[in-house]
Write a protein that binds this ligand. Structure first.
Ligand SMILES: C[S@@+](CC[C@H](N)C(=O)[O-])C[C@H]1O[C@@H](n2cnc3c(N)ncnc32)[C@H](O)[C@@H]1O
Length: 192
């Protein structure tokens, strides 16, 4: 029996991983978050919108873009607080809009999205209500780093417990916990 071939990493993901090495940036998403993002992005409706909170060096952004090859109809917006990181991703040929600023401050002006990847403290540990409000009816929200075992200080554990309880108990969301990688909660907003 032959072993099935593992698909090669998308070139844009490899480029982003090189930016991470150059900057000693260790916060990029990793498997299985990246491929999951590509799958979720590929399922976004025609003319839909995708939002990433926390661009980093663009690894997650590149995975999202890899699910949207040939889908110029889908808008991708990514928000990064750190100007240098935002500029580095803006300088790539990823077909995304990179906004520099605090996600919590920007969220109220961004509108609704069919897929939201919340991967920054802003919009997750703080301002989670704004992130949930930015998910369109029928849209999907992916939140990573939800494994409580990763956190040791009482403050961090309390913050993550709050995020978990909000997402898993939110009346407008249907949520599932995916206990893989850093721990994920995947939610969809009930149709209005
Ligand atoms: C975990 S990293 C993002 C990794 C990226 N999403 C990926 O998948 O590779 C979190 C990023 O969020 C940024 N960040 C932190 N607080 C933020 C805020 N309030 N608004 C926007 N970005 C923020 C950090 O500078 C950092 O680059």
């Amino acid at each position: 029996m032959t072993t099935p071939a593992v698909p090669a990493l998308p070139a844009a993901v490899l480029e982003a991983e090189r930016r991470a090495v150059e900057r000693s940036f260790a916060q990029s998403c990793c498997a299985p978050t990246g491929p999951l993002l590509a799958v979720l992005a590929a399922s976004v409706r025609p003319g839909g919108r995708v939002l990433e909170l926390g661009t980093g060096v663009g690894v997650g952004t590149a995975w999202i873009a890899s699910g949207l090859v040939g889908r110029e109809d889908v808008e991708v917006v990514t928000v990064e607080l750190d100007e240098e990181l935002a500029d580095a991703v803006r300088a790539t040929d990823l077909p995304v809009t990179v906004l520099t600023g605090d996600a919590v401050a920007l969220l109220p002006g961004l509108g609704a999205f069919d897929l939201v990847f919340a991967d920054a403290l802003g919009g997750k540990w703080t301002g989670l209500d704004l992130t949930v409000a930015a998910v369109a009816p029928g849209g999907v929200l992916l939140v990573d780093d939800m494994d409580l075992g990763r956190y040791h200080s009482p403050e961090d554990r309390a913050a993550v417990t709050g995020v978990r309880e909000t997402l898993l108990g939110h009346p407008a969301l249907v949520s599932a916990e995916l206990a893989v990688g850093t721990g994920h909660i995947l939610s969809t907003r009930r149709p209005a």
